[in-house]
Ligand binder design. Structure first.
Ligand code: AMP
Length: 325
């Protein structure tokens, strides 16, 4: 291994895990594969290492992510001040399913810019491609056990958040960590891509709809507003556009693109934004959102906010273009 691992930090995280008999592992609402896979892999690894501990992965389930493993239903009243592990989320309000939980201490592992959650033991590193990469490093370089299933989930989360190791967050460390997972657990990694990328034809038709209806302006900014009727027409849900948005990463005419999807249940619009140049998370945070420099999400409540968001993002593209002149 050539890159430097912060062994002291990893040891402290391991010690913190070892200290508690009861551990609740949470992640953000509206989970993606990185959030779910890191949560399930860490739970399974801790259970494998310490069979007597009670370890729970909590939060609302998502039907299409069942293939990664089951989540736990927990009666928090029966717990005795457990350790709360927070994965893949920096803001307390976005942690799913812990409203009723009374915990002693927080262990945070995350690759987003810091917000309000401060772990008593805290590993926040924006340079990591995914939370799964961080959990993989924790498992690989401490006494936590690596099973085939744990390795598979960690690999899937890494592939998903780095868009098959193609995004700028992918580093030598990312590839080295993925290689170690494969070497040690002998996972059939090429078959795993099916789990992430095989989709019903309906979703491909929906992608064609997005491509055909994306509005692209002179600043290389693209957007589409997807209403509930359209979601129903293609038999997809409000989370689907976020799962597809990385597929638009290699379009010459786009610097920034956003999908603004009507979320009837919550009476708002769910926004996903991606960039190949301008920094966008500062704009996302103006609209009840946040995320990474080049991959962010937000929520907008009405047409006025939609129009403001569109003009802010277009302006960011214009400024970026001007700065390159
Ligand atoms: P998405 O487009 O939903 O895949 O989200 C891209 C990134 O932005 C992920 O890192 C999310 O955790 C983050 N994100 C999405 N929505 C929000 C939000 N409302 N507030 C803060 N961060 C968000």
């Amino acid at each position: 291994m050539v890159f430097i691992i912060n062994k002291t930090l990893l040891k402290n995280i391991y010690k913190e895990i070892k200290k508690y008999d009861e551990i609740v592992i949470a992640r953000h609402t509206g989970p993606d594969p990185d959030a779910i896979c890191s949560q399930i892999a860490l739970r399974d690894s801790i259970k494998e290492t310490f069979p007597n501990k009670k370890v729970y992965a909590v939060g609302a389930g998502v039907a299409k992510f069942k293939k990664f493993g089951n989540l736990n239903k927990v009666n928090y009243a029966e717990l005795h001040n457990p350790l709360l592990v927070v994965l893949d989320v920096p803001n307390l309000y976005r942690v799913d399913g812990i409203e009723e939980l009374k915990y002693t201490s927080i262990l945070k592992i995350d690759h987003h810019p810091k917000e309000d959650i401060k772990g008593n033991v805290d590993w926040t590193d924006m340079e990591k491609s995914s939370t799964c990469q961080m959990v993989a490093e924790l498992v690989l370089y401490t006494k936590l056990k690596l099973t085939k299933k744990v390795a598979e989930n960690l690999f899937l989360g890494m592939v998903s958040d780095s868009e098959r190791f193609s995004l700028k967050n992918t580093t030598y460390e990312t590839l080295d960590t993925a290689k170690e997972l494969i070497r040690l657990s002998k996972i059939d990694f090429t078959s795993l891509y099916d789990i992430l990328y095989t989709r019903p034809l309906g979703e491909h038709k929906f992608m064609a709809y997005i491509t055909n209806n994306l509005v692209v302006d002179e600043n290389k900014f693209g957007y589409i507003i997807i209403n509930d009727e359209t979601l129903k027409e293609f038999n997809v849900d409000v989370a689907t556009p976020s799962n597809l948005i990385n597929n638009y990463n290699f379009i010459e005419e786009l610097l920034v693109w956003t999908f603004i999807t009507e979320d009837v249940k919550n009476n708002q619009y769910k926004v996903s934004i991606r960039s190949r140049g301008p920094i966008i998370n500062n704009i996302a945070s103006k609209y009840h959102g946040g995320g990474h420099k080049y991959a962010s999400g937000a929520k907008v409540m009405n047409q006025e906010e939609i129009q403001n968001l569109i003009s802010d993002l277009s302006k960011a593209c214009q400024d970026y273009g001007d700065s390159k002149l």
